[in-house]
Design a protein around this ligand. Structure first.
Ligand SMILES: NC(=O)c1ccc[n+]([C@@H]2O[C@H](COP(=O)([O-])OP(=O)(O)OC[C@H]3O[C@@H](n4cnc5c(N)ncnc54)[C@H](OP(=O)(O)O)[C@@H]3O)[C@@H](O)[C@H]2O)c1
Length: 345
């Protein structure tokens, strides 16, 4: 079955996704009867291209990697144009893949992209935290009413199956709360600080690897973790909040002394996101005892501990995070869309 895709946003994650599709083409066909075809790519400053018969997305990725443009047009209407092209084509599966930059003021324009995709009859998968962090109830309601999927596995802990795990394997389990280390950039920085390294070089390394947000203050000021905490609270605890409702602190050069002192005392300083059902989510620096599973996370490792009414505490750990893992989340969400369609057919 052909699944036509448009990529709204063509940055680090989307370009890695294009390569992953190519690498997994055979397995997608063999195991999932699925051929992914990209028919549109929209960016903010690199132009927009569409072709209902399919684009050469690998060449497009190489063009942008090399600093080139996809097309001259930068009039800001590219996303809507791509989504309209997708909505009008006849493929049995149509998926909008949203990976624009996180906007911490209001989650836009990603929310508009997701809403337009769903209202145009397309499934939507995204690695952007904004839609689930700011507008989960509304977007999930539109998707459910239309029998479409709105999936965002890559929004928290890259490719580790977190939302999928709860949705698919924990039926009739209620989540009472969560606590976790869910921002790789600040965890890498805190690990570096406790080892005596410098804040700015640790941050620069995360930017070099494409892990830090385009605006790294989103990571170090705790906004990225707050957006993830809001998404988790909205999905697991029915909170109906935004990242601005999360009590938040960040990580700066001034944390170096506290991180080294904690380590010298057999403890670890970590940026912990947590919430309970009905409570206010927080993102704050916590001095953790060394035997706490969150204290043992170093560098890019993330973990989330879910407090459940039936299974007790369930911990999910990601040892290696990064672009490939986030791109994989988009691939696994696309396969979930295919599986659901198969179940209905
Ligand atoms: N990087 C990671 O490891 C990671 C992990 C988990 C989640 N995420 C999330 O995944 C998303 C993408 O991350 P990334 O690292 O790929 O970001 P990125 O490299 O900064 O790319 C963002 C892309 O969005 C495009 N864009 C921005 N506004 C747009 C608009 N209004 N219409 C169309 N395109 C628009 C940009 O176009 P121009 O380049 O032309 O401006 C660019 O192609 C973000 O929301 C991020 O929070 C990233």
């Amino acid at each position: 079955m052909i699944a036509d895709l448009v990529l709204v946003g063509f940055g680090n994650v989307a370009r890695r996704f294009v390569h992953l599709i190519d690498e997994r083409r055979e397995v997608l066909q063999r195991d999932h009867d699925m051929a992914l075809r990209i028919i549109g790519i929209a960016t903010r400053r690199h132009g927009t291209i569409t072709d209902p018969d399919g684009l050469d997305a690998l060449t497009a990725a190489r063009t942008v990697d090399a600093g080139g443009m996809l097309a001259a047009s930068t009039d800001g209407s590219g996303a809507a144009r791509c989504i309209n092209t997708l909505a009008q084509n006849g493929a049995p599966l149509r998926i909008v893949v949203e990976t624009t930059t996180l906007d911490i003021a209001a989650g836009q324009p990603a929310i508009d992209h997701v809403r337009l995709g769903l209202e145009s009859g397309c499934h939507v998968v995204t690695a952007n935290k904004g839609p689930a962090a700011f507008a989960y109830r509304e977007l999930a309601r539109i998707a459910n009413a239309r029998g479409l999927s709105f999936l965002f596995e890559g929004a928290v802990m890259d490719g580790v199956p977190l939302f999928n795990l709860v949705r698919e394997t924990m039926p009739a389990v209620a989540i009472r709360g969560f606590r976790g280390v869910i921002n790789s950039t600040t965890n890498h920085i805190l690990s570096a600080l406790e080892d005596g390294h410098d804040f700015h070089s640790a941050l620069a390394e995360m930017q070099r690897q494409g892990i830090a947000e385009a605006d790294p203050s989103l990571d170090v000021d705790g906004w990225d973790a707050a957006a993830k905490a809001a998404a988790l609270a909205n999905v697991f605890l029915d909170a109906g909040i935004t990242p601005h409702d999360v009590a938040r602190t960040g990580v700066g050069p001034e944390c170096a002394g506290r991180a080294r002192l904690a380590k010298a005392g057999g403890r670890r300083l970590r940026l912990v996101a947590s919430s309970t059902r009905g409570g206010r989510p927080t993102v704050c620096l916590v001095d953790l005892p060394e035997d706490d599973p969150l204290a043992q996370l170093r560098g890019l490792s993330n973990a989330l501990v879910l407090d459940t009414d039936t299974l007790g505490k369930v911990a999910i750990t990601q040892m290696d995070g990064g672009l490939t893992q986030t791109a994989y989340a988009l691939l696994s969400d696309s396969i979930t869309v295919r599986r659901r369609t198969h179940a209905i057919a």
